[in-house]
Every structure is written in C-alpha cells, then in structure tokens.
Write a protein that binds this ligand. Structure first.
Ligand code: PGA
Length: 253
C-alpha cells in the first residue's frame, strides 16, 4: 500500500492570482520528481477545485476539506459529496479539529458525513485526536477509542478499503509542538485494535493511518517514518510547494 501525503490548504489562496502562483510553483517543484512509495493528495478550497483539476499536476489526486451528509436540498451554504463528482475529487477530509471547534461538529455528524462520502465513492480522511485538556487529564486513549467507535458505526466491512484515519492531536495542529514517536505509535496501535473489534483483519489492514499536526521537513521523520505511520496530513507546510515536497521525499522511502 502506498503512503498517503495530504496537503490541507485550508482557507488559503485567497485570490485567483494567488492560486495561479501556487499551481505554477507546485508544477515547478514537482518537475522530474518521482515518488514511488507515496500518493500525494491536495485539498484546496472548493472554489479552486476545478482549476486544480485543469492544472493536471502529475500523479496528484484531489480532495476537499468538508462535505455535508445530505445529497440535495435546502441546506444553505453546504456542498454535498455528489456535487463533487466530475470535478476529479477523490478524497474528503472529515472531522478536522477546526470543524469541530468552529462549527461544533461532533462524531455523530462525522459518522453521517463518512457514510455520505462513501456512498459517492469519496475516500474519507477521518481526523481523530485529543485536545490538550484531554491529554493533560489522561484521557487521550479514551477519546480516540470513543471517536473511532462512533465515527465507524454502521460503516460496512466492504467499505473499509481506501478509508484513511489521521491521528491529529488537536494541540499539535498549528503549534509546532509534536507528540513523541512513542505516543504516535501508541495511537496507531490503538486505532487498529479498535477497528479489529468490529472488522476482519484483512480489511483493517487496508485502512491507512496517517499522522497530522505540525508536520514539517524537521518533524516528518520522527512523526511519520519512525512511528510507522502510513503517511501525513500537512497544513501550513503544504502552502509552500517546495517545503511540502521535502516532506514527501522524507516519507517516500
Ligand atoms: P499544521 O496543520 O500542519 O499546520 O499543524 C495540520 C492540519 O490542520 O491538518
């Protein structure tokens, strides 16, 4: 299974000119580079999706940062996974801590979104992870267990392949502070263990477990390689293509 490195561009690339500059420098940085062990996924703001698709960046897949769970109807401001078909979008980040924090998303909602995404053949990249407070009160493993159980409720055995889980401790996102390699390994082992309680081993093995939170060229080895993760979810560093591809190179070993 190839590793997966996801660039979450968040609410950036504000103007079309900025977007074009980004695409231009991504193409330049990518030229003649070949990553054999890794699949790169870029998740731009939805408004830029079509331009990213048209730019046809070599071997890069596209995703979005959220979808709603309903297909169509009176849901002002929302976008459904079926609307993304035909835009070359294959992945969707769900349950990111910023969505939980600013939009009160909870595991029940993430569960509905996961099921809607799967129905439309979008591969969910599901974020789980504890807050600083939960960590300080010793609740880390309990929180991860609850999140995985609730988010996977009703997800059938046959749909496990392609699903990605990102272990993203909330306190590590945007902070330049990362967990120890051991903490990340512990989370990875726990997530697989919880999945094994409900699914066959051969299907659980098809789920990628990646790490997210302040991944950079400095931290990638420790957080994503030595810890045995199947890739990375990258925020800030994905905004500079050269730096992002440095991370890809480190993980693509
Ligand atoms: P960061 O963000 O890499 O800037 O910490 C990660 C994320 O939000 O997915």
């Amino acid at each position: 299974m190839r590793k997966l490195i996801v660039g979450n561009l968040k609410m950036n690339l504000i103007t079309f000119a900025e977007r074009e500059r980004y695409l231009g420098s991504f193409k330049k940085a990518l030229a003649k580079k070949e990553f054999l062990q890794t699949q790169i996924v870029l998740c731009p703001p939805v408004i830029h999706l079509e331009s990213f698709q048209k730019a046809s960046l070599e071997n890069i897949k596209l995703g979005v940062q959220n979808v709603f769970w309903e297909e169509v109807g009176s849901y002002t401001g929302e976008i459904s996974s079926s609307m993304l078909k035909g835009l070359g979008c294959e992945y969707v980040i769900l349950g990111h801590s910023e969505r939980r924090r600013y939009f009160n998303e909870d595991d029940r909602m993430v569960n509905l979104k996961v099921k809607a995404a799967l129905k439309n053949n979008l591969a969910p990249i599901i974020c789980v992870g504890e807050t600083l407070e939960e960590r300080q009160t010793g609740l880390t493993l309990q929180v991860i267990t609850r999140q995985v159980k609730e988010i996977f409720a009703g997800v059938p055995q046959s749909r496990l392949e392609g699903i990605v889980i990102a272990y993203e401790p909330v306190w590590s996102v945007g902070s330049d502070v990362v967990p120890t390699t051991n903490d990340i390994m512990e989370a990875r082992v726990l997530i697989r263990k919880i999945l094994m309680q409900g699914y066959a081993k051969k299907n659980v093995e098809k789920v990628r477990i990646i790490y997210g939170g302040s991944v950079s060229a400095e931290t990638a080895e420790k957080t994503c390689v030595i810890s045995g993760m199947d890739g990375a979810l990258v925020g800030r560093e994905s905004l500079t293509p050269v730096d992002f591809l440095k991370i890809v190179k480190i993980i693509d070993k």
